[in-house]
Design a protein around this ligand. Structure first.
Ligand SMILES: *Cc1c(COP(=O)(O)O)cnc(C)c1O
Length: 376
C-alpha cells in the first residue's frame, strides 16, 4: 500500500448519546423525579402506558415490555412451547443474541445464507432448510431494514411454522407499510442504548396480535404466576422497570424524528459516496423503509480504512466480524467455514459509519472526505 498523507482530524464518534440526552434532559428529569417520588419501581402504571404506546407505534394489538432484547427472544420462544431439539431457521449474520437465545432454549439453530444486497437472510433459500424438526423461522431485520416477510410468511404457512421476528435493530422499520413486529406471531425489540430507541440501560419488548399469547407472555414474564404466589408454570423474572418504561415513553415520541434524521444522513452518504468504486453503500429493497440503526458499507481494504478513519477522529465498527456458524460455541452444530459464503464475505467487508441524527453537516462531510482521501 502506498503511504497516505495523514488525515485531518475532527471528532465524529460512531454514536453520540450525550447530545441526544442534552436535548431531552428537561423533559426527562421531571418524569424521573415523579417515578422516584412514587417508588412504584416494578409494574408501575408507566409500564402499561409505555406498552400501550409501543403497540400503537408498531401497529399490533399487544406489547409486553421486558428486561432486554435477548430476554424478549427467550420469552417469545418459551411462549410457543418449543421442545428441545426443535429447529429454528435463522441467519448466520446477526448479533450473537439471536442464536444464543435459540441455543439457551435447548433449540437447534439452522442457518440459511444471506442476500448480498440487504445482509438479511435470503428467504428464497428457507424452504430447502425445512425438515420434519423445523418448528419456527426467526428472521432478523438487520441494521434497520426488514427481511423479506412475504416469503417468510409463505413458507411458514405452507409448513405450519411459527415466526418470531428479531426486530431488535428495527423498531419503526416498515415493509409495504407494515411495521416490523406486526406481521408474524411475535416481534422482539431491544432498547439497548445504541438501538434507535435506546433506554437508560437494558430493556426489551415483545409485540403480538393474539390475546392468548399475550396473556401467556405476561405470565411467563412474572415467574409463570397469574395470581401472586400461585404458579401454573415456570417462567422467570423478565420484567421491565417502571423507570425504564417512563424513560422510553418520553423517547418514543421523538423516534420518528430521529429516524428521519438518520434517513437524511443516509441519503447524503449515498449521494456523496456514489462515485467511490471501492465502496458499496447500503441497498434498501423495494417496499422497505429502513430506520438505519446502522449505515453499513461494504468496502475494500476494510481494516486499513477503519484504522485511517480512526486516525481522522471518525468512529466506525464491524458488525459483525465472525458469522454465527463459525463461532466456537456453536461448533457442535457441525457447520464450517465456507458453508455460508455470502455471509462470510459480508463479515470480511462490512464497516458501519456514524449515522446518528445529531450528526452535523461538517461531521458528515468529514467522514465522506476521509473515505475519499483513503482511496485517492
Ligand atoms: C441488540 C440485539 C439483540 C439483543 O438485545 P439486548 O437488548 O442487547 O439483549 C438481539 N438481536 C439483535 C439482532 C440485536 O441487534
Amino acid at each position: 500500500m502506498t503511504t497516505k498523507t495523514p488525515p485531518t482530524k475532527l471528532d465524529v464518534p460512531l454514536l453520540d448519546l450525550k447530545t441526544q440526552y442534552a436535548a431531552l434532559k428537561s423533559e426527562i428529569m421531571p418524569v424521573v423525579e415523579r417515578v422516584l417520588d412514587g417508588q412504584y419501581m416494578i409494574n408501575g402504571p408507566e409500564v402499561g402506558e409505555f406498552e400501550c404506546q409501543a403497540s400503537g407505534y408498531c401497529n399490533t394489538k399487544f406489547a409486553v415490555g421486558c428486561s432486554s432484547g435477548t430476554d424478549a427472544l427467550i420469552l417469545a420462544m418459551m411462549a410457543l412451547d418449543l421442545k428441545p431439539g426443535d429447529e429454528i431457521i435463522t441467519t448466520p449474520f446477526t448479533f450473537f443474541a439471536t442464536v444464543g437465545s435459540i441455543h439457551r432454549q435447548g433449540l437447534t439453530p439452522v442457518f440459511v445464507d444471506i442476500d448480498p444486497k440487504t445482509f438479511n437472510f435470503d428467504a428464497e433459500q428457507l424452504e430447502e432448510a425445512v425438515n420434519e424438526k423445523t418448528r419456527a423461522i426467526m428472521p432478523v431485520h438487520l441494521f434497520g431494514q426488514m427481511a423479506d416477510m412475504d416469503t417468510v410468511l409463505d413458507v411458514a404457512e405452507k409448513h405450519d411454522l411459527k415466526v418470531i421476528e428479531d426486530a431488535a435493530q428495527s423498531i419503526g422499520a416498515k415493509q409495504n407499510g407494515a411495521p416490523a413486529g406486526s406481521l408474524s406471531d411475535m416481534g422482539c425489540f431491544s432498547f439497548f442504548p445504541s438501538k434507535n430507541l435506546g433506554g437508560a440501560g437494558d430493556g426489551g419488548l415483545i409485540t403480538c396480535q393474539d390475546e392468548d399469547l399475550y396473556k401467556r407472555l405476561l405470565m411467563l414474564r412474572n415467574h409463570g404466576a397469574q395470581e401472586r404466589y400461585y404458579h401454573d408454570e415456570v417462567g422467570g423474572n423478565f420484567r421491565i422497570d417502571t423507570l425504564q418504561a417512563a424513560y422510553l415513553s418520553i423517547k418514543l415520541k421523538h423516534l420518528d424524528n430521529w429516524h428521519e434524521g438518520r434517513r437524511k444522513n443516509a441519503a447524503l452518504y449515498d449521494e456523496h459516496l456514489a462515485g467511490v468504486e471501492q465502496v458499496t453503500t447500503p441497498i434498501i429493497a423495494d417496499g422497505n423503509e429502513s430506520i438505519y440503526n446502522q449505515y453499513t458499507l461494504r468496502v475494500q481494504q476494510r481494516d486499513e480504512l477503519q484504522k485511517y478513519l480512526g486516525e481522522a477522529g471518525v468512529g466506525s465498527a464491524i458488525y459483525y466480524p465472525l458469522c454465527m456458524h463459525e463461532q466456537k460455541c456453536f461448533s457442535y452444530l457441525g457447520n464450517k467455514a465456507g458453508d455460508f459464503p455470502v455471509a462470510e464475505q459480508a463479515a470480511a467487508e462490512v464497516l458501519s459509519i456514524p449515522i446518528y441524527p445529531e450528526l452535523t453537516e461538517a461531521q458528515l462531510g468529514h467522514v465522506v472526505e476521509t473515505i475519499k482521501a483513503f482511496y485517492a
